[in-house]
Design a protein around this ligand. Sequence first.
Ligand SMILES: Nc1ncnc2c1ncn2[C@@H]1O[C@H](COP(=O)(O)OP(=O)(O)OP(=O)(O)O)[C@@H](O)[C@H]1O
Ligand SMILES: [Mg+2]
Length: 480
Amino acid sequence: MPKLSADFLQKWSIRSRLAITHAIVTILILLVVTLFMYWALLNSLQKENYQFLSNEIKIIQGLLQKSTAENPLDKLKQEIIWEPTILQHTHYRYYCRLLNSSGNVIMETPGINTLTRANNLLSLANTRLLQSNQNYTWKATRYHYYLMATKIKNDTGEDYILQVILFSKQQVGLLRDYQRALVIVLILGGLLAALTSAFIARESIAPLQKILETTRLISTKKLHQRIDPTAWPKELTLLAISFNEMLDRIQRGYEQLTQFSEDLAHELRTPINNLMLTTEIALSQPRSITYYQNILTSNLEEYNNLSRMINNMLFLARSDNDQIKLQYTQFDARQILFNICEFLEIIAQEKNMQLSIEGQAIISADLSLFKQVINNIIINAIYYSHPDSLIKIIIQQNQYQTIINVQDSGIGIAPAHLAKIFDRFYRTDAARAQNTGGTGLGLAIAKSIMNLHHGSIEVISKLYQGTTVRLSFPNSNSID
Ligand SMILES: Nc1ncnc2c1ncn2[C@@H]1O[C@H](COP(=O)(O)OP(=O)(O)OP(=O)(O)O)[C@@H](O)[C@H]1O
Ligand SMILES: [Mg+2]
């Protein structure tokens, strides 16, 4: 059942839902107000009518009790027979009847017997009155009649029953007019409520419609399109801001992707052109075996570079898609760094550079990825440092993390480049001038390895003074 109502609601647009709810609530309020007004009028009329009847009873009761007064019967006749008769042709009519304790009529307003329904009710009340005590007064209102009956005792102790009926044509007309007016108010109010609700719903939903139009305009060629959050109602400002932020991310991603494809094509073009050129030259005329051997050796080097680049790109793609599963092991970081330095010593010695290691720590990480990231960073330090300089590797460990600083005193990186060196294929001109055969993927790989370990990589550098790369691995007990 709840599923059914949810499906049913889902088919209704927000606009229809808003309009219908608003219209129903307005009509309900209108209904309550009109009913209350009708009730208030009826209540005040009833009060007034009963007041009139009880005044009449009081007067007759007074006359009955003053049996010693002059001509009490005349006065009673005047009150019960003459006075109501005079009013009988006006809009306001009332009738009285005096009965003795046995229920026999003593005196009554002429015409009272024609009021059958009222008399039926009164005769029913009589039985109750006769059984009741002295003070009981019965009252009722039916078919526009107001009835009141009471038991009266005179000075001599005799019981009487006094009945009074009031009928006001004017009040009936007034109530009917009022009812008609209220029905008209309800119908017109309902129509007005429906119209205003439709209008309000349309206006409230208008901003969403505009968002929809803007989103429709957005395509890969128009990714710069944004929504102006200040133009939206308060509730939608956050939506507009989040939407713009999402567009920023998509645009950045899209631009990076475009840039990446462009760089990739560019990086592949040069080695492949070189390979084609050398092969074409070799084939242009018969050559000696030594010539062919030299060409193949130099081509092999180019193939190696290409294969390294493709492997690096594959690694990055797999890392982006969360396809790399880490094999955590605990190892002595100093020992591993020592092994890597020993291996890299050959390149370092070419530039007469020294490598030193300070500190020690037991680290928990994927060993092969750890080696790869350290390798990338130390090779950078060797490539981009001056000959005869020293590269310091400092290991620090605290409660939460193990930090490895690789510090060189090389060419440094200008602040303008610092933010971009982690981008794929990004290389500074100074680095290109070194002719290292690098492709600008080393730091991108280092960053993705550090991300895989939930760690971080930070580069602090001063142009012409040197660079420190800070790798931070969380300790195994602080990884969740
Ligand atoms: N220690 C450093 N000193 C000065 N510049 C550096 C240093 N490390 C990195 N860079 C700069 O950052 C750029 C990006 O480095 P990255 O390791 O990603 O690429 P690469 O070394 O040029 O090529 P690859 O590592 O793919 O062989 C380098 O080209 C260089 O401009
Ligand atoms: Mg590098």
